[in-house]
Ligand binder design. Structure first.
Ligand code: HEC
Ligand code: HEC
Length: 332
């Protein structure tokens, strides 16, 4: 009798050690990188990043001088805005929800449908788009050229080059690459602090990687595979990546967003249709709208109430302390 009890305890210990070992292997896949990757054709310099920050926050890059990038990518709301559809120059809701600009150095391609290959290409879109900032780039160049402060800073950041489309976009992209989410409780746990997150969140992490299958698409430290999937949302008008590729598998397919600071980024999805993390989990638990383009990775999950709570507890550990973003002094 006593002997079987000892055997039993031994096996329980082995199983718990195995779970622990599995969790450690999984955790290592989510380790934060030590440095920001910059492309070789647009290397980092602090002057370039500072100039890019001025441009990011400068309303003179919009036709009516009333909108800047942070109008729709606001640091206080996880670098998005708490609206299903942000409003731009034409005072009408944009076709899609504004995504975050956090951790863009680890993302490509850009936009929900991936239509811009690089961050430099992407930045031209919102400046020129009639429904966003509505300023043709040639007018932007003329405007900036009339501002002595900008002439000074462009000359410092790009010696022997002028204020042109390429230098404007390179500066903005460099600043964006420096916008990196802060150390979250999850990172402290990954680095070995067992008290950094709750048991419920730890269980949520196991579900994320196991029963709930979230990690099949939300991979690595920024929690995205940068691929396109139809997760079966109700929106049936926006065909997503299909508009670019004309391939049936891309119907309703949108880019997997990273999940850093996700608790600050409601509402969710390309159409802003899900108001809370609870509704996100309810959606995934249902398996999504069955249609031919639905990702084969989607199916009903049969999560219990406790499991849903644990997943949300886990997602909440991905938000770190607020980033201090001082507004730049705009050149005159
Ligand atoms: C009026 C609101 C608005 C303004 C102003 C705006 N954006 Fe956006 N931004 C959006 C929306 C909406 C999308 C998604 C559009 C889509 O995917 O079709 C987006 C997408 C992006 C993306 C792609 C993110 C990703 O994960 O692919 C980046 C980067 C970005 N914007 C940067 C900027 C920069 C830089 C500026 C200023 C030059 C700017 N935005 C101005 C609304 C705005
Ligand atoms: C088949 C790939 C896939 C799986 C599996 C998956 N996701 Fe997603 N996730 C996506 C895509 C793609 C989007 C964007 C969809 C859209 O807007 O049309 C998304 C969006 C989200 C968003 C909203 C992000 C934002 O910026 O609005 C959250 C939160 C999220 N997923 C969490 C989860 C969780 C939790 C699980 C597991 C229960 C999960 N995902 C499973 C691909 C996936």
């Amino acid at each position: 009798m006593k002997f079987t009890l000892i055997i039993k305890l031994f096996f329980m210990l082995m199983i718990s050690l195995k779970v622990q070992a599995n969790q450690n292997v999984l955790k290592s896949q989510y380790k934060r990188p030590d440095s920001i990757p910059f492309p070789s054709n647009n290397q980092y310099s602090s002057t370039k990043a500072m100039l890019g920050k001025m441009l990011f926050f400068d309303p003179r890059l919009s036709k009516d001088q009333n909108l800047n990038c942070s109008s729709c990518h606001n640091p206080s709301f996880g670098w998005e805005v708490p609206l299903a559809k942000a409003v731009g120059a034409q005072a009408q809701p944009l076709p899609r929800h504004a995504p975050t600009v956090l951790n863009m150095a680890w993302v490509a391609p850009f936009f929900w449908d991936g239509r811009a290959p690089t961050l430099e290409d992407q930045a031209l879109g919102p400046i020129e788009s009639e429904v966003e900032m509505n300023l043709p780039i040639d007018e932007a160049i003329q405007r900036l050229n009339k501002i002595p402060g900008y002439q000074y800073w462009f000359a410092k950041a790009f010696p022997a080059e002028s204020i042109n489309q390429e230098t404007i976009l390179k500066a903005i992209a460099t600043y964006e690459r420096t916008i990196v989410s802060t150390q979250a409780p999850f990172d402290l746990w990954v680095n070995g602090d067992e008290n950094a997150i709750s048991d419920s969140a730890k269980n949520g992490f196991d579900l994320f990687n196991g029963k709930a299958r979230c990690s099949t698409c939300h991979t690595a430290w920024n929690f995205t595979d940068n691929e396109f999937h139809d997760i079966g949302l109700l929106d049936d008008k926006d065909l997503g990546r299909y508009a670019l590729t004309n391939q049936a598998v891309n119907k309703h397919a949108f880019k997997t967003p990273g999940l850093r600071n996700i608790s600050q980024r409601a509402p969710y999805m390309h159409d802003g249709s899900l108001a809370s993390l609870e509704s996100v989990i309810t959606h995934y638990n249902s398996g999504g709208l069955p249609r031919t383009s639905l990702s084969p990775l989607m199916s009903p999950l049969s999560l219990s109430t406790k499991e849903k709570t644990d997943l949300i507890e886990f997602l909440n550990t991905l938000t770190g302390p607020a980033m201090v973003v001082s507004l730049p002094v705009l050149p005159q």
